[in-house]
Design a protein around this ligand. Structure first.
Ligand SMILES: Cc1cc2nc3c(=O)[nH]c(=O)nc-3n(C[C@H](O)[C@H](O)[C@H](O)COP(=O)(O)O)c2cc1C
Length: 203
């Protein structure tokens, strides 16, 4: 069985969650876990001006996915930074390329899920995740989130991401905050949990 962790990241926060998600997925015996990113759509000029060119060097070794390859996986977990409370354009452009897969029902019955980064605590984590769930459902996927069985989302003694809809991190207004231990643990839990369910569905 195979799990794909697919992400877009400008400054590395979503990438860090993606690596933790993959770590959790690898804990499932017999799971072949692949991390890929979606193509960048911003111009080099914009990337240079915003500091993204430098930041993206940390994960430019990760291969870029093509929409048609999604059919190979049993579980697909997608990471996006929030853009105005919604899915980023890079992930949306990639998903806009899945029409042929949709038409042929190629993703029907596969496990789907998502995770997110926002700058601010209430900047749209849940709206972004729920928006992405809608797309996964249109593709016929079985949506799996981050259940409260992962107790790390129950506490309020520290600023933390982690929602029942998917793992998350709060990056800070200038991207100065990195994913915390708790947030990474949530991502690992989701990666493992989603892959366990995919394994059961595949058997
Ligand atoms: C055009 C744009 C819109 C954004 N909209 C939001 C937003 O609605 N809420 C929020 O908290 N952060 C917002 N952000 C901040 C990003 O979500 C933040 O930079 C990202 O989560 C960092 O993840 P990354 O390091 O993986 O790129 C926005 C950033 C950009 C560039």
């Amino acid at each position: 069985m195979k799990t794909l962790i697919l992400f877009y990241s400008t400054y590395g926060h979503v990438y860090k969650l993606a690596e933790a998600m993959a770590e959790g997925a690898r804990e499932v015996e017999g799971n072949d876990v692949v991390i890929k990113r979606v193509p960048e759509t911003l111009s080099r000029e914009v990337l240079d001006k915003t500091g993204a060119t430098e930041a993206q060097k940390a994960f430019d070794h990760i291969p870029v996915a093509k929409p048609e390859e999604l059919a190979q996986y049993d579980a697909i977990i997608i990471g996006t930074p929030t853009r105005y409370g919604n899915v980023c354009g890079q992930i949306q452009a990639f998903l806009d390329g899945t029409g042929a897969l949709w038409a042929a029902g190629k993703l029907v019955g596969k496990v789907g899920g998502c995770f997110v980064s926002t700058a601010t605590q209430h900047g749209g984590q849940e709206t972004t995740l729920r928006a992405l769930h809608t797309e996964l459902l249109h593709l016929g996927m079985v949506v799996v989130g981050l259940p409260y069985a992962w107790q790390g989302q129950m506490g309020h003694h520290e600023v933390t991401g982690g929602t029942p809809y998917g793992a998350s991190t709060v990056a800070g207004g200038q991207g100065e905050r990195q994913p915390s231990g708790n947030e990474l643990e949530g991502a690992r839990y989701q990666g493992r949990h989603s892959s366990e369910i995919a394994k059961k569905l595949a058997s």
